[in-house]
Design a protein around this ligand. Sequence first.
Ligand SMILES: [Zn+2]
Length: 445
Amino acid sequence: MADNDIYWNPILETLPREKLRVLQLKKFQRIFKWAYDNSPFYREFYGNAGIEPGDIKTFDDIRKVPKVEKSLLRDIQTKEPFPYGTILSVPIENVTEYHQTSGTTGQPVYQADTWQDWEWCAETWAYILYAQGYRNYDRVFIPFGYHTAIAYWMGHYGAEKLGCEVVPGGVLNTEARILKIQEVRATAIMATPTYILGMADTARTKLGIDPAKDLNIQKITVAGEPGGSIPTTKKRMEEAWGAKVYDHVGATEFGAWSYECTYQSGLHVNEAFFLVEIEDIDTGELITEPGRRGKMIITTFDRQAQPCVRFDSKDIIEWSPDECDCGRTFRLIKGGVVGRADDITKVKGVLLAPTSIEEVVRSIPQLGDEYEVLVTKKGDLDDITLRLELVPGQEDNTDAARKVLVDQLRIKTGLGYNLEFHEYGSLPRYELKAKRFKDMRPKEH
Ligand SMILES: [Zn+2]
């Protein structure tokens, strides 16, 4: 029997699944009606689909509700009230929080929250952090620029909510952040896997600090990239910092929907606050069994300013066959978000998940943490190049690394690659999400 002091909310996190399903249906009905009654966009969208709140009587009826896509949001946000448009479901003067998506793939999407929504966002993060062993005696350092991206804003408020002391890393550069972590004896940090590895590298090479020995970090919460659920990347981070690394996946538009607990068995979906459906990418069929990948359709139950009802996230996930020993009844997904329906592209006719490449690269000790994947077209044929860095002192071991890479990449991804070894430190470094997968092929449409 699991220790009862591991749950932020012992009732909801261990609710028997049949009761959880009843709760989810009630909460779905409530947010669906809220969106229908208060958002001009949803009213018209559902009107066109011929569906209204009274039609959702059973769990299966939820599947009749049409899905929302990000591209739709961009169009909605050209309308009044500025800048959120007709999805806004509260008077605009009630909005207290502004955030936006990064906009690297087009116009940014704006995210409005009321203070009530924002308190709920902090609550979702309190679940995550408590499950990962954060307690009120922790001093949490957040090495994040505190700008318009939502990133660790919610983590900041969530940590405060459960009583931690939060040290904002703000505009400091990487070296200053490491020194501050040392100075205040921080016990926990949150960042992307890329930045966690990058900070450790800077500490060692520029400051002569070994984070595993010289710093007091005991737990690290990663988000924003899949690394926390890739065993080889996770191992690198844990060894570099001498700390436990826990994954979390969330997004601006729908929130902090999943978390790994200290048992590290996969990501729990916070099913008290979110409905996660997995759909077959080609047929749209609902996938409830473990071991079959599909795209996630997600509903956020309690965030009201900009309701997220059956949002087509394009994130590729799969249910885990395992139950977690922690005693939570929230279902697990396996391997985190393995890619996105729009970037799991076919290369040489093979479906390629970029996470498989990362898993291989990070398993080879001669290789540095950074890498880049470049897909181009030579004539009619796809060509794939993998750029890597050798750890200093490993230059003589290039052939050994090359041999393992070729074999492992063939096994894990079914593809052959041009391998390029670059000087250590020459590939780009990132503070938030890394852009390692570059598809340079001309678009066919
Ligand atoms: Zn668990």
